[in-house]
Design a protein around this ligand. Sequence first.
Ligand SMILES: [Mg+2]
Length: 197
Amino acid sequence: MSTALEAHVFSSGALHDALRDKRLLVLDYDGTLAHLDIDWQAVRKDLSTTAAEFNFISTFRPLWPEMARFRATKGSGPLGVLLQVLSSHERRGLERQRPRQEMVEVVRSTLDRRSPQLAVFSSNLHATVSQGLARLGLAQISQIVGADDVDRWKPDPQGLIRLVRRTRVAPEDALFVGDSEGDERAATLAGVDFMWA
Ligand SMILES: [Mg+2]
């Protein structure tokens, strides 16, 4: 059994322990707090069709580097059109989201405390995250950085650094919990401890 795989098994006890000396808990959304039911193949197809109307040919694989290339070539206005395409898929995915109950319970148990503060750093759109949190009973979490809040996407740490600064917490006093290599990389680049969801 590989230790790398074992390290990816989430334990709510380990998270409780890790939070003891932390002042900020940042969570990824999709795959961490809940699984959004998004058909990514359909998303890429719709993005390709819309981008072609701007004479931009792409399979949107990988998604965010291609979004960045689109913005660099076509500008922020046309990017907004692609984000609307993404938004309609995310809205549908949200209606059928499956909560990660064990994770949600840990987060709920910290809601009434002053510390740690809670935040979400996600590659989904801000509105998707905010509506998703409300459905999970976590509407109190107001510190959110979504894909439309940054101009450099994960694994770039821009959003994570912004949350750390906004909550006036030192990077070493924060913990980021996520489910992807990009999440882990962003944490490393921001100087924030990371835990697999
Ligand atoms: Mg994720």
